[in-house]
Each structure stands twice: as structure tokens, then as C-alpha cells.
Design a protein around this ligand. Sequence first.
Ligand code: KIV
Ligand code: ZN
Length: 558
Amino acid sequence: MSKNRFDYTKYKPFQPIGLKNRRWPDQVITEAPTWCSVDLRDGNQALIEPMTVTQKKKMFELLVEVGFKEIEVGFPSASQPDFDFVRSLIEEDKVPEDVTIQALTQARPELIQRTFESLKGARKAILHLYNSTSIVQREKVFKTDKAGIIEIAVAGAKEVKRCAESQPETEWVFQYSPESFTGTEVDFAVEVCDSVNEVWQPTPDKPSIINLPSTVEMATPNIYADQIELFCRSIKNRDSVIISLHTHNDRSCAVAAAELAVMAGAQRVEGTLLGNGERTGNMDIVVMAMNLYSQGINPGLELYDMDRIVSTVRECTQIDVHPRQAYSGDLVFTAFSGSHQDAIKKCLDIYEEGSTWEIAYLPIDPRDIGRTYQDVIRVNSQSGKGGVAYVLSNKFGFLLPRWLQIEFSQVVQKVTETTGQEIHPDEIWELFNQHYLDNKKVLSLENFTIEKSEGRETFKAHLDYFGKNLAISGEGDGVLDAFVEALKKAINIDFEIMEYGEHALGQGADAEAVTYIQIRCDGRRYSGVAISKDIIASSLNAFMGAASQLLDEQQAAA
Ligand code: KIV
Ligand code: ZN
């Protein structure tokens, strides 16, 4: 068979590690891990234009405000701007008491020394050492064997220890990453990390951080979880080690991988706000934290001002957030589809403030992250009656009865189908006005009187009927009854009231009444809506609206 250009046979499947009796699938996450932001290091390294000092300061302030207690602030031995930024944070005393800054270094003595130099004077710092351990990196990049890799790591660890001892004014935490961990045999990764820890001698009171990166996401998230569980089971002195995760998003599963790996025993997670980072990005900490939040777990980060997070990240990275990005995207709490709108409206109508959130199609309350219900339902040609009704009720206070929702949504749909575009709430309101409230009526009420005697109402009125004055009078059990009776006699048309609804618009002394009426004549239905300070006038005028439609139609047919 000749090979074509789209040739999957040149790839090989990732080999599962064959973990027996895995325990992670039965675990449930009940608390947030320790978060470490790598926006200013991994995120920054991946930008077309790395952040300026001003942008880095803005980003750092945001990270502190959001509540990160560990922040990787740069790769000072690889970049002078990073070195200067770290210095400015320390010299300008910009690091809050409860925040620890972290700096990355390769495992080479001169680079380690330069990193320590950048951190001089820090109250507390995490020194993050890494070297690559995967099969591909060993065989193709470094052209060295396992022993060679261990030698690099151990020499680096020794240099870190030596430098730290010469800067005792700083409280040091040591972190080691076997970079490209996901492509490394787990037993070898354990061997390297044990060797590093042998140098550092961590204790339960002064643990080291072992960060296990999915530098490249190579397999399904369950495989990463297996790797983490096996690593956790195998590493020596587990209680003296904090297991940290650092996932990239090559297969779009960085969050899932981190979640399963936390179930597998990891305690700490590195990532970036909104997922900026090398290639497809680092794990989006906003998503993972909000996933916890939506399960009723305190995420340990304050993400309520999502718009500020989005705008600051955009300003610093010059990367837009996709409108469908989980939680932070502009459209993620918006329903266009009619059935979704209907379900959301029904749930929201019965939702009581303070009760458990159970709203169809909305995993969280948009207001929790500064979005409003107004954004939830937007109307285009895919929308149904629920969306239109939601807009009229939420923005304008009109609680349309179901029959009118159905009727008016067809009016709206005609417009959206013609334009092919979304329709703004103000345009929906305009259409509603044109159709029911401000339309020219061939029948209207000039004045009326009502007399009551022995439980019966006598209704007398003057109407404008096709521009002529028409006096009517009738009797009934109620005002509307008497009015209908009077009108039927006067214009000689038989009709019946099929639907009637009314409610107050607004509150207090200024509240008006709105009435919705539907009448039927010869099997056809006609609707009217009216607003008035007086409930009787509002009913009668709504009726006039419906009757005018009927008369209009009859005149047009004549
Ligand atoms: O992705 C990665 O492996 C890294 C390491 C340096 C931790 O960024
Ligand atoms: Zn990374």
C-alpha cells in the first residue's frame, strides 16, 4: 500500500505502564491542591513578545490578588529581563509575607549560581532545578545514558545545596523536576528523584517538592494518573516530599490529567491563568479551580472578578480568550438554543436565593464570577419562546403567558431568520411595542362608566370605531363580561375570550398593570396587550387590541 501524506502509521501508541490495583479511580477530590502559578515563567517563555517589566508587574499583582501563595517569577539565568524582574520584586519589597517566589534553573553550576544571585535578599524562595530524563531526550538530545542523567541531576542538587548554605538569610525550599517525566520510565524517574533527595535530605518538616511534568502530553489522562500513583508508591520518604504536577495541553486534557493525578496522590499543581504556555499551553488553573468550586469545594483562589482576570491576562500576554473557553469565555453562560433557553428559564424561575444551584445547562451561577443573568440568554434564529420570554421578563418586567410567548417568539423568529443575526433585547422590546402596544387600533376606548346593582355590572362606553363614535352598553356578571356583551351587540360579531392574564409592572404606588388577552372568532385567535395605571382600563384596552386585529383582518378580507 502506498503511504499517503496523512500517515498515521508513522506514530506508535503510548505503552500503558501496567499498574496493578490502581487506587486513584476510587478517590474523590475533597480539597484544593496547593497552586503554583507559572504565568511569569512558562507562560512568559511561550509568548511571541515576552512581557515587559510593566506587564510582569501587573501580572504579579493579579496573581497575588487572586490568592496564589507560590509564584514562579522567572528563569533568571536564561534571561536578563527575568533576572531584573526578580531583583525588582525583592529590592522593591513587592512580595507579600505569605507569598513565596520560585525561580527555575537548569542543572548547570554557573546557571544555578546566577539564579541564587537573582534571589539574594529574598525572605523565602523556591529554587526549582530541572533536567530532562525521557528516553527521547536521553537518546536523541543529550546522547547520554541513565547514569549520565542521574549525574547531571545530582551535581545540580549538590550545587543548589551549596549555594543555599551560602545564602542562609533566605528560607529555601528545593524543587526538582525530571523534565519530560511523561516520556520517562517511572522507575527511572523515581531513581533520579531519590538521588536528588539523597543530596537534599528533605524531612516532613522541610519537604522537597518533586514536580512531575507532563512536558508533552503523550497519552490519555488515566495513564498520567497511573504514572503519578506508581511514582507516589515508589519514591522513598514519601512524607518528606510534596508531589507536584505540571501538565501541558497537547491533547487538550491538561486539566483532566491534573485532576486524575491529584486523585492519584499529588498535592500541588502548577499552571497558568487561562492556560497560556508552550505550544497548546499549560494547564488552565482557572478551569481546574472552578471545577472544584462547582463541586462545592473551596478552590483557594478568588476568581470572582473574571473579567478583570481576562483583561489583565490579555493585556499581559496579548492573547485573546476564546469565547467558548470554560468559565472565562464570553459565550459560556449564553444559550441560543430554544430548548436550552426554556429549561434555563424554568429552573431560574423557581431558583431561590441561597439554595443549592441546580440549573439546567448552567454548571455554576454566572453571577459568582461577575457575569450577569442578562448574558445567559441571547436570541437568534435558533432560539425559541423561552429566550424571548426571558429577555422580556428579565429586562422589561413583562411575564408573558405561555400562549403569548409562542405567538410573539414567531414574530421574533421571522426577523432573525431574515437578518440571520442575533437580535438585541432592545430590538425585541421594539418589536413587542410595534406588535402589541403602539400599533394603530381601529377600535379604541374613549370613555366608560360602570354601574353595579344586585351583583350585575352595567357597562356604558363611547368607542372610536374606524374613526367614528360608537356608543355601547351591556350587562354582565363582571366588567369584562358586560363589555363583551355590549360590544358584540354593537358590532355584530361573535367572539369569545380564550386567554386572560394580568400582573403588576413594577412596585409601589407607581406600579402599572399589564393585561394579556386572547380572543377567538371563527376558529382564529387574536391577541392584545395593554398597560395602564388602572387595571380595568388595562383589561379593556388589551381587549381593544385583540378586537382591532380581528376587525382589521375582516376589513382586509372584505
Ligand atoms: O514543561 C516542563 O517540563 C517545564 C519544566 C521546566 C518544569 O516547564
Ligand atoms: Zn512547562
